[in-house]
Write a protein that binds this ligand. Structure first.
Ligand code: KG4
Length: 330
């Protein structure tokens, strides 16, 4: 195999159109991210049909920019690696169809990538020394799960949310208390001015390693409706603290169960400053804690190109009839 392998990652599963060129799964040559957040802001959340249309408008331009910034041509690319799920079906289809057409036109292998695998791979770009096995605490807008990363392409889901994803809970709480979309970063900022111990909120526990965030989300919303003069900063700080405790409790159980001593955070919510600080405290107990650069936590194609590289060198190649799978599992 060649010494230098370049993968072209394509990401369009939600509201970011992104194309990246990554070398050997670890080094970003370009990572262009065209976000639609300002477009969806006025609707208070992502409107799937609008997202698909904007991906169509952006995808060719973003690809050209990505190649230009990486200073490469299509000839230099070894594999085209688009996200094929999970995500919004219409949005996924844009990046995937573009990737398939491109792979055919430039006669290069097509290697589909699971978006969750991409979030995990964001850690490989940030930490050149990180190798599996480790426990990944995956927390994004659409997913919350504890993943035993046995190898680059071999995963076991140890626990997952039974209802809302953690990011959904952040976004819903933010919307109800009037902070707008996307709620996560806004709660992060406001919570810094509040008292995280001010309000006691409910936690749902299960025998196994599953999560539930809908109870705490509803409790916050009800409190806000029933107590109009409640201190908003205290409310969101208490919410942030309680969901972090829920994440940490299951993480500690999973570490004990697997005997692993290394964890990596992943997904958009892992950009949260309170969550990052609380997880770093596990280092005092001898656990190695990794977390992607903030800009690689949320959706981007560099993480997809990294995961695509590992799929590719492990012999995964897809046919051109690969379809989008909105509820794709790891
Ligand atoms: O990983 P991501 O970009 O999309 C999915 O793959 O689902 O995650 C988006 C989620 C949104 O719910 C957003 O509110 C949340 O990540 N998020 C945050 C922060 N930054 C983004 N949540 C809490 N604190 C943040 N700083």
């Amino acid at each position: 195999m060649k010494k230098e392998i370049l993968t072209l990652g394509i990401e369009s599963s939600c509201d970011e159109t992104s194309v990246a060129v990554v070398k050997n799964g670890r080094e970003i040559l370009s990572n262009i991210i065209d976000t639609q957040i300002p477009i969806h802001e006025k609707y208070g959340g992502v409107v799937p049909e609008i997202a698909s249309r904007n991906h169509i408008e952006a995808i060719s331009r973003v690809t050209r920019e990505s190649l230009k910034q990486a200073n490469v041509t299509f000839d230099d690319i070894d594999a085209v690696t688009p996200t094929y799920g999970p995500g919004l079906v219409g949005a996924l289809l844009v990046g995937l169809s573009y990737g398939k057409a491109l792979a055919y036109a430039i006669n290069k292998p097509l290697v589909g990538v699971n978006h969750i695998q991409g979030h995990i791979a964001a850690n490989y770009i940030t930490y050149k020394e990180l190798e599996p096995p480790f426990l990944c605490v995956m927390m994004s807008g659409g997913n919350t799960q504890l993943v035993y990363v046995k190898d680059y392409t071999n995963f076991e889901v140890l626990g997952k949310t039974r209802d809302d994803a953690i990011g959904e809970a952040f976004d819903k709480v933010a919307r109800v208390v009037g902070l707008g979309y996307p709620g996560g970063p806004k709660i992060d900022k406001l919570a810094k001015t509040g008292n995280p111990n001010a309000i006691e909120l409910p936690k749902t526990h299960f025998e196994n390693l599953d999560f539930s965030f809908s109870g705490i989300k509803t409790a916050v919303i009800n409190l806000h409706h029933k107590t109009p003069d409640i201190n908003k900063a205290d409310l969101v700080a208490s919410f942030e603290k309680t969901v972090t405790e829920i994440l940490l409790e299951n993480t500690k159980k999973a570490l004990k169960q697997t005997g692993l001593k290394t964890i990596a955070l992943a997904g958009g919510v892992s950009a949260n400053s309170y969550i990052r600080n609380e997880f770093l405290k596990l280092q005092e107990k001898g656990i190695k804690v990794y977390m992607p650069d903030i800009k690689l936590c949320t959706d981007n194609a560099a993480m997809i190109a990294s995961a695509g590289y590992y799929n590719f060198i492990n012999g995964k190649q897809d046919e051109l009839n690969l379809n989008a799978v909105p509820n794709l599992k790891l």
